[in-house]
Design a protein around this ligand. Structure first.
Ligand SMILES: [Zn+2]
Length: 66
């Protein structure tokens, strides 16, 4: 068997924040607050499409400096 997946040039595990609070703004916007388990960063209120989507996890800006 050959290497189906040669080593990626750089492995970047995504650190995801989890939702700690959720609400609505401007009547039709869903907003969530997220916290990173790894570094403890707590986000501001973020506008998301759906809470379900946010619960999949949002990348932590502290653990992923761009
Ligand atoms: Zn983090």
């Amino acid at each position: 068997m050959g290497d189906l997946f040669p080593k990626p040039p750089r492995q970047r595990p995504r650190i995801l924040m989890h939702v700690i609070d959720a609400g609505y703004a401007d009547r039709d916007k869903t907003i969530v607050k997220c916290k990173c388990k790894k570094c403890g960063y707590v986000s501001d209120w973020l506008v998301v499409d759906t809470i379900t989507e946010a619960k999949r996890g949002l990348p932590c800006p502290k653990c992923h400096p761009s």
